[in-house]
Design a protein around this ligand. Structure first.
Ligand code: DLL
Length: 433
């Protein structure tokens, strides 16, 4: 079943009962099959009998990326390898990769959940998807691929790279939907414009974007440049991959598939649960996973949760956009700065393209933030006074939003490197010094 009304529009009471039942089974299972969890629970002096309802989740231990690394590669798997049929891994910037394993049933749940997302975006078996997420150890490509097939739609497994071919085949094969990162969607839009093929010759209507943080302003930009309706899809490999949450036609937060993934928001400092509406770190417990079930996995993603029933009828808890990751937050001269705040300012000003790079450095013991940003065609000028006025304008806006000053470097259109996967927009030279 794809649009699973029975599960997606379940009453809060029934949902809590289902989550409680699944949680009890999960805890029983990991206690007996994963020495890591048994030991953690013994240290905390709890047994599976202490878990009676979904509220008892707070009694359980957290899991972190470090725990996965410490138990590299298979230490947290809850089934013998004979039952694992697929591995994925996320590389991260430092240390060993985190390895995730799926049983046949896990893969079947994953493709069904991803298909649920696609159905909420209004796509169906008549759609033709070009999947521009990377295929390989990254979960984006194969995750979307099997979701599209489960939906009964047609998939063109493009992967990343080879942008010209991607555009050509999208055109020739009549692709109606595109799945890729928001930054690649922008790049494709620019490259499409350069081909000279009129937009009316493409059938593209829907874009399914995720795998990196993006703002509402970025959505407007992509929708305008690519001529699509753009939706947010969220996920992480440790929990499953794409398809943990998704927007619906109202685009008012992303519905967490909470019959399978139990969300919480915690304070990253005190590790206590925070009330709905307050911003904190998103934590997930996988209620049905077999291969790598995780208790209270700390995502490091910062957002808020909203439990209200959506206008679409879904009763699932909705998450706001990811404001940033606690480990992406830049501390500049003692002030917390998220790249998404800077993106919002840039995209609010019509003079700039949505392409930027942040360079942070320390000079004479003082943190320096340089914002390199592309000036839109038509606004770029050789007139120094005009450029200075532009600089002043954006510097002033940034100062009022961030509370700190930034050095602005205006650059010509197309001079900042485009990204095909997850965009790398921050260079923090302080960590290199
Ligand atoms: O990025 C899975 C994915 C693939 C999601 C394709 C959506 C589409 P990882 O590589 O493990 O998995 O990275 C997970 O990426 O913790 C977030 O920080 C970030 N992220 C993923 N989706 C979004 C999104 C995939 N829609 C990490 N908005 C997560 C903001 C996102 N951040």
């Amino acid at each position: 079943m794809i649009w699973n009304k029975a599960k997606e529009c379940m009453s809060q009471e029934d949902k809590r009962r289902l989550q409680g039942e699944r949680l009890r089974k999960l805890v029983e299972k990991v206690y007996h099959s994963t020495p890591f969890y048994r030991q953690k629970m013994q240290e905390m002096d709890i047994t599976p009998d202490d878990i009676k309802t979904v509220d008892d989740i707070v009694k359980l231990p957290f899991t972190t990326k470090q725990d996965l690394r410490d138990n590299y590669p298979y230490g947290l798997f809850a089934v013998p390898m004979s039952q694992i049929v697929r591995l994925h891994a996320s590389s991260g910037t430092t240390g060993k990769p985190t390895v995730v394993g799926y049983t046949r049933r896990d893969l079947s749940v994953w493709s069904e959940m991803t298909a649920r997302c696609l159905s909420a975006f209004g796509t169906d078996d008549n759609d033709i998807f070009s999947v521009g997420y990377g295929y390989g150890l990254f979960t984006g490509g194969l995750g979307l691929h099997y979701g599209v097939e489960h939906l009964g739609a047609t998939v063109i497994p493009m992967s990343t790279g080879n942008t010209d071919k991607h555009i050509q085949l999208s055109h020739d094969f009549g692709a109606t939907a595109l799945a890729c990162t928001p930054s690649y969607a922008l790049y494709l839009a620019e490259a499409m414009a350069k081909t000279g093929i009129p937009r009316s010759e493409f059938k593209l209507r829907t874009a399914i974007l995720g795998a990196e943080p993006w703002t509402e302003n970025m959505r407007k930009e992509i929708e305008a440049k690519l001529g699509v309706d753009a939706y947010n899809i969220y996920g992480l490999s440790e929990i499953m991959g794409p398809g943990v949450s998704h927007e619906c036609e109202y685009k008012d937060g992303s519905h967490i598939i909470d019959d399978h993934f139990l969300p919480e928001i915690i304070s990253p400092d005190t590790l206590t649960q925070m009330p709905y509406g307050e911003q904190g770190e998103l934590v997930f417990t996988t209620l049905t996973k077999e291969g790598l079930p995780l208790l209270r996995y700390r995502t490091k993603d910062l957002c808020t949760l909203n439990p209200e029933t959506c206008k679409c009828g879904r009763t699932s808890v909705r998450m706001s956009r990811i404001v940033g990751r606690s480990d992406d937050m830049l501390i500049i001269r003692g002030v917390n700065v998220f790249p998404s705040q800077i993106e919002s300012v840039i995209l609010d000003l019509e003079e700039f393209e949505p392409h930027y790079m942040l360079v942070v450095d320390r000079v004479n013991n003082l943190d320096i933030l340089e914002v390199q940003v592309e000036v839109r065609d038509g606004f770029y000028s050789d007139e120094i006074t005009q450029m200075l006025a532009l600089k002043k304008k954006i510097a002033h806006r940034l100062q009022s939003v961030l509370g700190i000053s930034a050095d602005i470097k205006l650059v010509e259109p197309f001079s900042i490197k485009r990204s095909e996967g997850k965009a790398q927009r921050v260079i923090d030279k302080r960590s290199l010094n």
